[in-house]
Design a protein around this ligand. Structure first.
Ligand SMILES: [Zn+2]
Ligand SMILES: [Zn+2]
Length: 304
């Protein structure tokens, strides 16, 4: 058991650059909102057929040629190579490769997504920063970083659409379908058991341990069930994120034995040093997580 003390004058874990006490800390809680990805009003009333958000009738500009995993996220990858997996299919590309670029959003919708691209980038950057602090290559006094889980899930969902539409693997519109309800999850959070999973090893006392890869590998691929796309897995800088969007309760039950659903904290320990990434999962625009004191030995609440 330990207590993570975060002085109000330390940099805020949301990445704003302001002091914690003058930013997200309010009455001992973090108040953190997820990002808005609705294009700036007024609405255009336009619908570009190829844009996957065409149903919103708010498209603008031409189609945008964006990297499947977003350019800002890729800047964190030290390795030039990324492997892409499909169904009995695996291929390695340079991250510069044009085949990793896709046109599946109009310019207006693509730029509206940039706040969540930035958040995903900040998450991967934070993980690599903490690793550098722990191995002694840099120094930092900041021990807490936090994110809205809904932002990370929507980033994964965007990558799922882009991977599918880009036809970069054999899981594409020719032979697989997407769950019809998928687009609505850009507006409102998935209901459990759908959402973010991290590979984890459960130990006897209800604790779980993340499996971090020590190799700087980068890969992504779609997960399928019969002819349906049921999720996406993205592995960057040693951490693997999975978004599950379909599957029966029994499919997911097996999966849940080796994964943790929507973790609230990802803790990194070394000696008496602790660094923590907190993920806020409450629905609605205002999300709260206790941070001034917590007990990592406590069982994970079932209703995350
Ligand atoms: Zn803040
Ligand atoms: Zn659009």
């Amino acid at each position: 058991m330990f207590t993570l003390v975060v002085p109000p004058e330390s940099p805020c874990g949301c990445g704003s650059g302001r002091a914690f006490g003058e930013c997200c800390l309010q009455n001992g809680h973090i108040r953190l909102s997820h990002k808005n990805i609705i294009p700036k009003p007024p609405r255009t009333g336009l619908s570009l057929k190829k844009c996957f958000l065409s149903d919103q009738n708010d498209c603008g500009g031409n189609m945008s040629g964006e990297h499947i995993l977003s350019a800002s996220v890729l800047r964190n990858i030290s390795n030039d190579k990324i492997s892409i997996n499909g169904s009995n299919f695996s291929r390695t590309h340079s991250i510069q490769s044009d085949s990793l670029k896709t046109k599946c959003l109009c310019k207006r919708h693509n730029s509206a997504f940039s706040p969540i691209d930035t958040e995903a980038s900040r998450l991967f950057k934070t993980i690599s920063l903490i690793e550098k602090i722990l191995n002694g290559s840099i120094q930092s006094s900041q021990s807490l970083y936090f994110f809205a889980g809904f932002d990370i899930e929507r980033w994964l969902l965007k990558a799922l659409f882009a991977t599918y539409r880009s036809r970069i693997t054999n899981i594409n519109p020719d032979n697989y379908t997407l769950p019809c309800y998928l687009k609505y999850f850009f507006d409102t959070s998935f209901n459990p058991p759908y959402g973010l999973y991290l590979p984890a090893k459960f130990t006897s006392d209800e604790q779980f341990q993340f499996k971090m890869s020590t190799i700087a590998e980068a890969s992504f691929g779609l997960i399928t069930k019969n002819n349906l796309v049921s999720g996406i897995t993205i592995n960057l800088g040693g951490i693997e994120l999975k978004l599950m969007v379909a599957g029966t309760p029994s499919d997911l039950a097996a999966f849940q034995k080796t994964h943790v659903f929507r973790p609230k904290f990802i803790n990194f320990y070394q000696g008496d040093e602790v660094f923590s990434i907190a993920l806020a999962w409450d629905k609605g625009t205002e999300q709260c997580v206790w941070i001034s004191r917590y007990d990592p030995t406590a069982p994970i609440p079932k209703d995350m």
